[in-house]
Design a binder for this molecule. Structure first.
Ligand code: PLP
Length: 381
């Protein structure tokens, strides 16, 4: 098998599995229990949170563990709940993942436009930040194109607005949230440098377990509980802690940091190979993208069919976000960057990862070329 869909899911690494195993067997105790072995588990859990936080330049106490990135994104938007009587007090980038779009739309949020490059349209953002805006959500890297947004620039804009509001005696706070699910193992992330108040992390994209995520929350941000019950996670996400999951996440994030530069170099090389050996495509995500993302358009061809034809050869690729694809919806991301319907229909997303070898990349290029040629011949017949 040649797996080229690492943006959808990553296999749990052996090291991560090994680290998790004792916490499902010997060290299975509930961290809230009163006896000593449980207290040790609670301490290990806190240490793991510290490791996750450290990877983004934060402290363990600034992190809320969630059941994945969807939950973390939903939790971030509770900041608007306190004031959101009217609605319309949140802004989100139009190319965000559905877990941001859906909750933003529920709050009556307005979408910020992107440029044809996939980058945020800063002029549109500035025009939409009125005095009642409390939250702006812009992902660090897009999950369909890999586009890396200029978060630090947006962060300084938000800081300027904060100062201006203070000067004018406006008490409404303004926060910046970013979904960094796709970027965690490809960029060196630091919350202070980015100027974000909240940041979503996802273990499932970094060779950690599925259903484990985290939200970094700066001290002054007041959120409302996502779930109510035993008061875990500072009362924001009640429920017995997923100790093995969090231990696994910490191990995965440590590995990701260690391999960051090596992997980036490797993916850059693999990308070059694919771009030079593949034939008859148009590259969609030309600039400002993560090193492991390649979005190609085979105009006139149905990419959905390519997926099935490639699957027969044990090559796994995608047309866009896995969840949108499974519902047969047209990609809102490719629409937002101005692609025509036929370009969208012919677009294929390849995302590289740790399962790939150079040999596989040459083989994938050759097989994709063959499949595309056969498909073009079939259409022209
Ligand atoms: N945000 C982004 C950018 C993603 O790529 C994904 C996963 O596909 C999510 C959020 C949702 O993550 P999960 O399904 O683990 O909650």
């Amino acid at each position: 098998m040649i797996y080229l869909d690492h943006a959808a899911a990553t296999p749990v690494s052996r090291k991560v599995l090994q680290a998790m195993e004792p916490y499902s067997t010997r060290e299975f105790f509930n961290p809230s229990a009163a006896y000593l072995p449980a207290k040790k588990v609670a301490a290990d859990y806190e240490t793991a949170k510290g490791v996750i936080a450290h990877a983004i330049g934060a402290k363990g106490t600034d992190i809320v563990i969630t059941g994945g990135a969807t939950e973390a994104n939903n939790l971030a938007f509770t900041v608007a709940a306190q004031r959101n009587h009217g609605k319309g007090e949140v802004l989100y980038l139009e190319t965000e993942h559905d877990s941001v779009r859906a909750v933003a739309q529920q709050h009556g949020g307005r979408a910020i436009k992107v440029l044809p490059s996939g980058l945020i349209n800063l002029e549109d953002l500035k025009a939409k930040i009125t005095d009642d805006i409390i939250l702006i959500s812009v992902s660090l890297a897009n999950n369909e194109l890999g586009t890396i947004q200029p978060l630090a620039e947006i962060g300084s804009l938000v800081r300027e607005i904060r100062i201006d509001r203070l000067k004018r005696g406006i008490k409404i706070p303004i926060y910046l949230h970013s979904d960094a699910s796709q970027a965690l193992n490809l960029l060196d992330i630091n919350v202070a440098r980015l100027g974000v108040d909240m940041l979503t992390l996802n273990a499932a994209k970094v060779y950690g377990p599925k259903g484990v995520g985290a939200l970094y929350v700066a001290h002054d941000v007041k959120l409302s509980p996502l779930t109510m019950g035993g008061g875990q996670e500072k009362g924001l996400r009640a429920g017995t802690e997923n100790v093995p999951g969090v231990i696994g996440f910490a191990t995965a994030i440590k590995e990701a940091k260690e391999h960051l530069n090596g992997n980036r170099k490797k993916y850059k090389r693999f990308k070059q190979i694919l771009l030079s050996e593949l034939q008859g495509y148009e590259l969609i995500n030309k600039k400002h993208t993560l090193d492991n993302f390649i979005v190609l358009c085979y105009n006139g061809i149905d990419a959905e069919r390519l997926i099935y034809l490639l699957e027969e050869k044990e090559i796994y690729v995608a047309t866009g976000a896995a969840c949108a694809a499974s519902k047969g919806q047209k990609s809102h991301v490719l629409t937002a960057i101005g692609l025509s319907d036929s370009q969208i229909a012919g677009s294929l997303r390849l995302t590289l990862g740790e399962t790939n070898t150079e040999e596989q990349i040459h083989e994938a290029a050759q097989i994709i070329n063959e499949v595309v040629t056969t498909e073009r011949e079939r259409i022209n017949d």
